[in-house]
Design a protein around this ligand. Structure first.
Ligand SMILES: [Zn+2]
Length: 275
């Protein structure tokens, strides 16, 4: 094969440079806005992947390489309590935790951050876990599901990210199976932002609680964020009852974001509780 000339190489590098700048511009402006509005360092951990080194769900920046991209992401490689996991029935021990959703009606703000569609809530939604209050920070979706239940995956999974006053993170995962979806979920889907960095405001009429199962029975375990930096010390709650989503909605999400599920991680010596 003929070697390309030096000037051709410089030209290609220049064009690639312009391509990168064009691609990252919306991310940079969103990151700057986020830095101004959200100062809490842990809040940044769960919310500002855009400020960090680029990562992806496939190729050389895919999940098996996250821990080697930068030392900030080392936990993705070396951590012993990583998420997601396969929740196997024979691993369960029975407990009685109380979980109460105290959600209300408010408009929602959606952003396509390139890894998922992340939705924030304007007013004070919270959950009480064993009477301890955790505020809802944001929720987002994965396609297919990240957690497996007895080896089974679901078409999608919803993550509701909460935080208590001391900064502890509690994520509630809800499996999504194919069926007739709740009208409120349909409204959220109608406003999914198609382009990276794009934001939309959903004029909500319903309460977010309505789209979640009435039954609060759940699995719980100690894990991590499922995206870089894969920080541990995250309390996970996975509701046993799935919610419904239409096939069309799964396809729409997939067309916008693509597959965005981290593979399951070893359970190690952790315990999973059924509450
Ligand atoms: Zn997630």
């Amino acid at each position: 094969m003929q070697q390309p000339s030096k000037s051709a190489l410089i030209c290609h590098a220049f064009i690639f440079g312009i391509f990168l700048v064009t691609l990252s511009a919306p991310l940079i402006s969103f990151a700057q806005e986020n830095t101004l509005t959200r100062q809490h360092p842990i809040y940044k951990t769960i919310d500002d992947e855009q400020n960090r080194l680029h990562w992806d769900y496939w190729g050389v920046e895919g999940p098996e390489h996250w821990g080697m991209l930068t030392k900030e992401y080392m936990a993705c490689e070396t951590g012993g309590k990583q998420s997601p996991i396969d929740i196997q029935m024979q691993e369960l021990s029975h407990h009685q935790e109380t979980l109460e959703f105290l959600y209300n009606i408010s408009e929602l703000h959606e952003i396509n951050n390139g890894h998922t569609v992340q939705i924030s809530h304007k007013s004070g939604c919270r959950v009480d876990l064993n009477k301890r209050a955790y505020k809802l920070r944001q929720f987002h979706f994965h396609e297919p599901s990240e957690h497996h239940i007895d080896g089974k995956t679901f078409p999608m999974e919803m993550h509701l990210v909460h935080q208590d006053e001391a900064g502890h993170i509690l994520v509630i995962a809800v499996m999504m199976e194919i069926g007739s979806e709740h009208p409120t979920l349909r409204t959220i889907w109608k406003w999914l932002p198609g382009q990276i960095g794009k934001e939309t405001t959903v004029p909500m009429k319903g309460n977010l609680r309505e789209i979640l199962p009435r039954n609060t029975q759940h699995y719980s375990y100690s894990g991590s964020l499922t995206t870089p930096p894969c920080s541990e010390g995250v309390q996970w709650i996975v509701l046993t009852e799935p919610i419904k989503i239409s096939e069309q909605s799964v396809k729409k999400f997939s067309a916008i974001i693509g597959h965005n599920a981290r593979p399951v991680q070893p359970l190690g010596n952790r315990h999973i509780e059924l509450n």
